[in-house]
Design a protein around this ligand. Structure first.
Ligand code: NAP
Length: 525
């Protein structure tokens, strides 16, 4: 009869186990252990992915030396078989041999997949457990389903930790995983999370639902599972070590949201103002899915982005007057009674940078575009007494907006005759490579040029306006001001504007540098 009692090792382990385990890979043993060396100071919990090595056995002496000289490090040895989603092509016997040697080298935890366990004799698993704690793992690379049933199957094999990793295809899958963890983690030591871009909620909040720890990657590009976040981001952006039952959850919801700057800026603001909150990128394929999460997680505040700024309105209990007029909402607050209120902070994003520079009463403003952002600019500036002209690619929406806002719509041919205090670009022309411009040089007759585009940070329109002597207001200012207003609505605190601008500027510079490096790399090849 095999004992289901944990050995002495796991009894002590949870006391020493941090929340974040960093998965370490390498193309050879030296690279893997060098990485571990450089990680160890800030990351005392590492997983050696032996299956990533062509000859894993050759790494064990190096791992032993590393663990001997870093006694505070807790290490998992994993040699996942290809059949279970890993890279190891050897037999079950050779997998178990390698894990036994990893245990002898000092790894305190060994990961064995359920598929392997089903092929082992109970004594073989028990032997592994005599020197290390056993993590019995199960991965579903397609969906999040049958969690209870899977756990019941796994419990037939005595282990110290049961790890269930699934794939989120909706945001609600995270809720399924977290409810499962909440229910079962009192009875068993569980590690649970969802893979995939949509699994971010469970990667950050799983630990408070009962997952003993979560996994992180060393750096972007070194993920061992889809959707894995870097250890650095888990700690410094999402502050995972501080996430607890009282942590409020906020997020940006849209489709897509992968490249959104909002998590960086909002988490920086929450950290600076000591707000116990975390802000996530929520890739919502449908609003129905998103709204279910708002209720179940619950989510306290949302930034709404494309394509849901208009469609979200019918899910809200009330909206402020700006939002109603503009017909688009970019901010949702969940009140204590669960009711949802909508705001539009794009208006503040346009008005605030301008009123810092010039009096808006009677200012002559040309708005390019007639979409959601243009409407926010038009109504916000009109309220401040500005005179507005609207130019749009398609005449109909410009005329309609002009009628509703008591502004004027104009044709492009009229531009050369007019001068403005401000020209605002509220079209996407100039995004991406930044080479296009919605106006020609001789049409830029203005004191201030405000381009809503922030990526790239300098568009062709901005460059031409500078050359014509106009002062340029970059789109990043709008981005920061609209985000700052959201922060104020959610927290009731003044937003740390300077910190928000600082982190967003750095992030944009880093992205531009990475893009250039990739471009140069491609050219060289
Ligand atoms: P939207 O609702 O889709 O409206 C887009 C507007 O641009 C429409 O008026 C459209 O004209 C026009 N347009 C689109 N493609 C065009 C082209 N190739 N040539 C000329 N006009 C074109 O988008 P939105 O939400 O208003 O956003 C507009 C821009 O503002 C985007 O670049 C967005 O990134 C930016 N924005 C920035 C911030 C910030 O924080 N900095 C916030 C919000 C938005 P038609 O009517 O003819 O289609």
């Amino acid at each position: 009869m095999i004992s289901a009692q944990p050995t002495y090792v796991p009894r002590l382990l949870p006391l020493r186990m941090p929340r974040v385990c960093v998965a370490v890979t390498g193309s050879d043993p030296a690279e893997m252990v060098d990485k571990a060396e450089s990680l160890a100071r800030d990351n005392p919990f590492l997983e050696f992915r032996l299956d990533y090595l062509p000859r894993p056995a050759l790494a064990l002496a190096k791992i032993k030396r590393f663990l001997d000289t870093h006694p505070y490090v807790v290490a998992i040895a994993t040699c996942r078989r290809a059949l279970s989603g890993g890279k190891f092509r050897g037999s079950v016997v050779s997998q178990l041999n390698l894990l036994a040697k990893a245990s002898a080298a000092g790894c305190q935890l060994l990961d064995v997949e359920l598929q392997t366990a089903t092929k082992c004799k109970p004594q073989q698993l028990q032997k592994l457990r005599s020197g290390a704690a056993l993590i019995l793992s199960f991965h579903d690379f397609r969906a999040t389903r049958k969690l209870e049933e899977t756990l019941q199957k796994m419990l037939a094999y005595p282990a110290d930790f049961y790890k269930i990793v699934t794939t989120a295809t909706t945001l609600s899958d995270n809720v399924v995983m977290m409810k499962f963890l909440e229910k079962q983690s009192d009875k068993h030591s569980l590690i649970g999370l969802c893979m995939g871009e949509q699994g971010i909620i469970s990667r950050i909040l799983g630990v408070r639902a009962g997952s003993v720890f979560t996994f992180a990657s060393v750096s972007p590009g070194e993920e061992t599972a889809p959707g894995q976040v870097t250890a650095q981001d888990l700690r410094s952006v999402y502050r995972i070590e501080q996430v607890d039952a009282a942590t409020r959850v906020y997020g940006v919801a849209g489709d897509p949201v992968t490249h959104s700057l909002s998590p960086v800026i909002m988490n920086a603001a929450l950290r600076r103002e000591n707000v116990n909150g975390v802000y996530l990128a929520l890739h919502a394929k449908t609003l129905k899915d998103l709204m279910a999460c708002v209720r179940d997680i619950p989510i306290h505040g949302l930034s709404i982005t494309m394509p849901y700024k208009e469609a979200i309105l019918r899910h809200l209990d009330n909206t402020d007057s700006h939002t109603t007029k503009i017909g688009a909402c970019n901010t949702v607050v969940r009140a204590q009674d669960g009711k949802l209120y909508g705001f539009n902070t794009d208006t503040a994003g346009v008005v605030r940078p301008l009123e810092q520079r010039l009096p808006l009463d009677k200012a002559k403003v040309l708005v390019l575009g007639a979409g959601g952002a243009a409407r926010a600019a038009v109504f916000g500036l009109k309220e401040r007494g500005a005179e507005i002209w609207i130019l749009n690619r398609t005449a109909g929406p410009a005329q309609k907006l002009a009628r509703r806002a008591r502004a004027r719509s104009i044709k492009r041919a009229d531009l050369k005759k007019l001068t403005f205090d401000v020209i605002i670009n509220a079209t996407p022309v100039g995004m991406g490579n930044g080479r296009e411009s919605p106006l020609n040089e001789n049409e830029i007759n203005t004191r201030y040029l405000f381009d809503m585009i922030y990526d790239p940070p300098e568009t062709r329109l901005m460059k031409m306006a500078r050359e014509r002597g106009a002062q340029v207001i970059p789109g990043v200012e709008m981005f920061v001001h609209q985000a700052a207003r959201q922060f104020e609505i959610w927290t009731g605190k003044p937003a740390p504007w300077d910190e928000m601008l600082r982190v967003v500027t750095i992030t944009l510079q880093e992205r531009a540098a990475a893009k250039n490096a990739a471009k140069n790399g491609t050219k060289k090849r």
